[in-house]
Design a protein around this ligand. Structure first.
Ligand SMILES: [Zn+2]
Length: 174
């Protein structure tokens, strides 16, 4: 299991600045990312610790402790979705140094290139969708992400035309 603590020690600053730059125009996305970076997301692990939840199990698989690492990456249900999105959008070929894993899915993309802002916004939208599913007690799905991402990326595109949304075109007609 990859320890996010160790990742944070080495990468918090660059990841945070990359995320901040990408999310500076959207307070709802930025708020969740701020909580992730500072490890104050209300997961069942945290809620159990402070005696608000009677259990710490994952809201999706009900098998493992619901940590930040688990709910945004390690959970089989969530991980399958990340793999499916990556394949469908062909991200490994389209984005330089795209490496699916906890660093990318939880903390973001730090490569300084034209994809950074758009990809970080997209990743943040997926994270937000996953967390909203947890709050609604619904299981996340690729179709759910497609609906949310297309809608949200459309908004961002209108706000800032400089963003590169080429990698979203694969889903544009859905
Ligand atoms: Zn799980």
């Amino acid at each position: 299991m990859t320890s996010l603590n160790r990742i944070e020690l080495n990468f918090l600053k660059p990841y945070y600045s990359a995320q901040y730059e990408a999310l500076s125009r959207d307070t709802s996305l930025r708020a969740l990312q701020f909580k992730i970076m500072h490890r104050i997301v209300a997961t069942n692990r945290l809620l159990f610790k402070i005696k608000i939840s009677p259990y710490d199990l994952c809201s999706f698989c009900f098998t493992f402790s619901e940590t930040i690492e688990h709910i945004f990456w390690e959970c089989t249900i969530v991980k399958n979705i990340w793999f499916q999105i990556t394949t469908e959008l062909d991200l490994e070929n389209k984005i330089p140094n795209f490496k699916l894993g906890p660093k990318l899915t939880i903390l973001g993309y730090v490569e300084k290139n034209c994809h950074q802002i758009a990809l970080n916004i997209f990743l943040a939208i997926v994270r937000q969708y996953i967390f909203r599913c947890r709050l609604d007690s619904s299981e996340p799905s690729v179709n759910g992400i497609k609906n949310v991402a297309i809608y949200r990326c459309g908004i961002h595109k209108n706000i800032n035309n400089k963003l590169n949304f080429e990698f979203m075109h694969g889903w544009a007609d859905l």
